[in-house]
Ligand binder design. Structure first.
Ligand code: NAD
Length: 324
């Protein structure tokens, strides 16, 4: 792979990817994120860690020198509470992908990965809790999540046309709800698994007997553990696949079921208080894995229960360290 640029390296998935690549000792790594280094989720001291705003074209060109492969995981984003209330900020992520692609083209970078999302899928295909699985073709005709999803879909297409017109080998995964240790679990950008682990832990530590749930709890999702996500990215980059693929689990659960799984791990039972006016997204979203199985002969394997236990234990530890 030579020299690898990981954009968004200070974030959740970027942090795990840098660790995995660094552990392999096969590549030189430039790790870039807009956040100051003290706010990165994970830091590997052996790699070149750079704090820069990648919306800026000049910054993209300055970090691209000598790079052979780009992983673009940088985005201003968060869970449903964030993306429904920060649509313009999410759309401005287009500047990151645009300027990284231009800098990659002008520096003869051959390989480029873009992290897309299940939020690209047509919302009319996600009206039923019993979602059979979104196929890659369900992104068109387009009616994605407003703001965040439109930007992801547009940037996917930009990757496609940079491949066709300029010969950069671009690859795209549509992530479906990635979770695991070293993610955010408070502050407003956290996703459902981490938020629920935190709420259950707060209840356990404070003796509270209730938990607040956004929506009616019947909305469904599948969740992919971060180790499966990293494994998938590495496999995709070693393949000759060019089409955007789902990267998600097919283990569909309702938010109510997710809460009950975390309650089982914590060893307590809470009264569910529903907040119907809080953002809760589409009714049902699941991953169809036929294409990834066909193309990569692999799909995510880590059961939700196992991944949730690891995530819960990590958050529990962090809350003790931070005295929450
Ligand atoms: P994250 O927020 O933890 O990481 C994104 C990182 O990008 C952050 O550290 C942020 O500081 C950085 N960033 C934002 N703006 C930047 C800029 N202008 N310049 C440089 N860095 C900037 O999110 P994540 O969960 O690690 O997600 C990684 C990628 O995967 C994102 O593109 C996200 O949209 C996509 N994705 C994630 C999920 C998920 O469930 N986590 C689902 C679908 C898609």
């Amino acid at each position: 792979m030579g020299c690898v640029l990981v954009a968004g390296a200070g974030g959740f998935i970027g942090g795990h990817l840098v660790k995995k690549l660094n552990d392999s000792k096969e590549v030189r790594i430039k790790a870039v994120d807009i956040k100051p280094l003290n706010l990165w989720h994970q830091i590997q001291n052996e790699v070149e860690n750079i704090s820069l705003d990648l919306r800026d074209r000049g910054n993209c060109y300055s970090v691209m020198a000598g790079v052979d492969l780009v992983f673009n995981l940088a985005a201003d984003m968060g869970g449903i509470g964030f993306i429904e209330t920060h649509r313009a900020a999410c759309m401005l992520n287009v500047l990151i992908n645009t300027h990284l692609l231009l800098a990659a083209r002008d520096n003869d970078v051959k390989n480029y990965f873009f992290a897309s999302s299940a939020c690209v899928y047509n919302q009319s295909k996600q009206l039923d809790c019993a979602n059979p699985g979104l196929k890659e073709s369900d992104a068109y005709p387009a009616m994605p999540e407003d703001g965040y999803g439109w930007e992801k879909l547009f940037s996917e297409r930009m990757c496609r046309h940079f491949r066709e017109d300029f010969g950069i080998d671009t690859k795209v995964f549509r992530f479906h709800n990635v979770y695991g240790p070293f993610g955010l679990f408070e502050g407003g950008r956290e996703k459902a698994p981490a938020a629920i682990c935190r709420k259950v832990l707060v209840a356990k530590l404070s003796g509270e007997d209730r938990i607040e749930i956004w929506g009616d709890g019947n909305q469904t999702r599948s969740f992919i553990y971060v180790d499966d996500c990293i494994e998938g990215i590495i496999r995709l980059m070693k393949s000759d696949v060019v089409e955007p693929l789902n990267l998600g689990s097919t283990e569909l659960v309702s938010i109510n079921q997710l809460v009950e799984m975390v309650e089982d791990i914590a060893g307590l039972k809470l009264k569910k208080i529903y907040l119907p006016n809080e953002p809760n997204g589409v009714r049902g979203r699941n991953s169809d894995n036929e294409m990834i199985r066909n193309f990569l002969h692999w799909e995510p394997v880590i059961p939700l229960k196992i991944g949730l236990e690891k995530t819960y234990n990590w958050i529990c530890n962090e809350m003790k360290i931070r005295h929450i």
